[in-house]
Design a protein. Structure first.
Length: 610
């Protein structure tokens, strides 16, 4: 855990350092003196970004356990957007480029509850954990530091402050579009999340995974891994402190046993009713996903009856009980009935103008992509892999499908990190839903493809998908996920065939049917065995009609013998002067040669890998 201070005042930096040392016994605070906070935002951002990245160059994954105290002359919340100038732009660029850092602003912003129209975004409950000197009642530096010490995770935007900056940027771009009819729509750049999810689990890997899944499918997420954080959410529900967070969905571990108060939770006996009485804000959640490895018999009956009573009273609209381990991200998405909402899909109709995003957004996306790549190489646990996936997902959304090469990088890194998280997590089953992943990759690439000319669009999509799937196959191979690797290899063969057909107009259409046939066989061992049985049966039928008339049994036996000799023994059969038999025998021999040769090679691969 690391603490850093950025300010234009050396005295303030010294004060924060002394406070952390004498109140929280925290030493080794990193200091950065901003000499010209009112200078060019781009130049200042590059200097500060390089300084932060250099601090964590030996362990980039630890950036997520960092709190940054920032003192810059920022007075207008409405101006916080990455395209702004001076300190407003610097603050916004830092906040978006390092979403994992807990940014604590020592700037006297207007009180969000009394800021009029300019504070309307913050009148919602999303402001709960956004700390400023004058922005919250009962505020203290101690509360902010304790939030980080007890597991507050800003990565999944629980406060909605990233959404607020995005909202400001969208407003500015839409105003520009009104005055410039030829300008490009701004909506494809970002996705806004208006609802928040609660991820309640003392096991950090599960909590991070649930938060990421919620964020991926339409929700901001509050990650709670300690009782202190849960009590903080309960206290913020009180009217004298604030409106409290209103959660739209929750992922709740039934068998909670928080490390900072395990004794009390043993007394609770993991009863959902008792928990809801103690933390009433949880009971108000309309969609709840319960996660457990199993429950004691009496407790299972009690919890089941309580859930049904909530459903009867319309307190709950939807609930699901999932048992650990479960089968990866897409299976959990199906079980929890999650989907990308309409407001999450980039708008693709009526888009005109440049295929590039504004330069400041590209700057943020580059920083996120580069750090995601480094973290992916360093990842040693599920949390690190989810961290890398989250940065890549954020970069993908900021790019919005524009700047194709960078967007494809972000998509590739996102899926690599998600697959790595599934492979190294003992909390999921051995097999994953790869087909749904392929479908999402295709959808993402089609969003990018709209910027290409029609003649190049399909080739670009096929090549990009081919590169991404090859990377996924490499990760599956590294972690001995044989079935998933085979699905990736099948997809690679299909994409290679489609690319060959597009690039070779004449030969492509002639060769494609044959390649398609053998790809289908290789993709399924039962299908291959069925083909090896059906071809001799077909040739037996053909020989039966070509061979001279004789007794029915004798004629069938002769036809079967000829078919087996041709297909399996690879012997050309001739029967006197009977026409057609040699040609049929040659065809059967060739088909047998190809089928048996490929089958033996494929079978050897399967046996040796398993």
């Amino acid at each position: 855990m690391k603490f850093i201070v950025l300010s234009s005042s050396k005295e303030l930096i010294d004060s924060i350092e002394r406070y952390l040392k004498y109140v929280h016994s925290i030493t080794g605070v990193e200091r950065f003196l901003v000499h010209n906070p009112g200078g060019d935002a781009y130049e200042n951002f590059l200097v500060v970004k390089d300084w932060i990245e250099d601090l964590f160059k030996n362990n980039t994954c630890s950036t997520k356990d960092t709190m940054a105290f920032v003192d810059l002359p920022v007075f207008d919340l409405q101006e916080l957007k990455p395209t702004a100038d001076k300190s407003h732009g610097l603050t916004s660029l830092l906040y978006l480029s390092f979403p994992e850092i807990y940014w604590f602003f020592l700037t006297p912003f207007p009180n969000p509850q009394t800021a009029g129209n300019k504070g309307k975004i913050f009148n919602r409950e999303a402001f709960t954990f956004f700390h400023t000197l004058s922005g919250q009642k009962n505020f203290s530096l101690e509360n902010a530091v304790e939030s980080l010490l007890y597991g507050y995770v800003p990565l999944f935007d629980p406060t909605g402050f990233r959404s607020y900056m995005i909202h400001n940027t969208l407003e500015q771009m839409e105003q520009e579009n009104e005055t410039n009819p030829g300008a490009s729509p701004s909506r494809p750049f970002f996705r806004e999340r208006k609802e928040i999810a609660l991820s309640l689990d003392e096991e950090s890997p599960y909590s991070f995974l649930h938060s990421y899944i919620a964020y991926k499918f339409d929700f901001r997420a509050m990650t709670v891994t300690t009782k202190k954080m849960l009590d903080k959410l309960k206290s913020e529900e009180q009217p004298e402190i604030g409106p409290g967070l209103k959660f739209a969905i929750s992922f709740e571990d039934i068998g909670l046993s928080f490390p900072d108060d395990a004794i009390e939770y043993n007394k609770l006996k993991h009863s959902l009713e008792t928990r809801d009485e103690k933390y009433s804000f949880i009971k108000k959640i309309k969609k709840r996903i319960f996660v457990t490895i199993g429950e004691e018999r009496d407790l299972r009956k009690e919890n089941r009856a309580y859930r049904k009573s909530l459903k009867r009273d319309l307190t709950l609209k939807f609930y699901k009980v999932l048992f650990k381990p479960y089968s990866g991200i897409f299976n959990l998405k199906k079980e929890a009935a999650l989907r990308r909402g309409k407001n999450m899909k980039p708008h693709t109709t009526g888009t005109t103008g440049s295929h590039s995003q504004p330069g400041r957004l590209g700057l943020v996306a580059d920083a996120l992509i580069n750090r995601s790549r480094v973290i992916l190489k360093e990842a040693k646990c599920t949390i690190d892999a989810v961290y890398a996936a989250m940065l890549a997902l954020q970069a993908q959304e900021i790019l919005g499908g524009r700047t194709a090469t960078e967007s494809i990088k972000a998509i590739s890194l996102k899926h690599q990190a998600e697959v790595l998280a599934e492979c190294i997590f003992y909390g999921v089953e051995h097999n994953f839903d790869v087909k749904s992943r392929f479908k999402e990759i295709e959808e993402d690439l089609h969003t990018i493809g709209k910027w290409f000319t029609k003649s190049k669009k399909e080739i670009m999509i096929y090549n990009s998908e081919l590169n991404i799937v090859n990377e996924l196959a490499r990760i599956f191979r590294q972690y001995s996920q044989f079935d998933e690797e085979q699905e990736c290899l099948d997809k690679v063969r299909t994409l290679n065939r489609k690319i060959y057909r597009k690039r070779n107009k004449f030969w492509g259409w002639l060769v494609t049917p044959l390649r398609w046939y053998f790809e289908k066989l290789i993709g399924s061992l039962p299908r291959f065995l069925s083909a090896i049985a059906l071809w001799p049966a077909l040739f037996t039928l053909l020989y039966y009609f070509l061979l001279p008339s004789s007794g029915s049994v004798s004629r069938i036996c002769n036809a079967f013998t000829c078919a087996v000799n041709s297909f399996f023994a690879l012997q050309v059969t001739t029967v006197g002067e009977v026409p057609g038999v040699p040609a049929l025998s040659i065809l059967a021999t060739l088909l047998g040669f190809f089928h048996l040769g490929i089958f033996i090679s494929h079978l050897y691969t399967l046996v040796s890998r398993r």
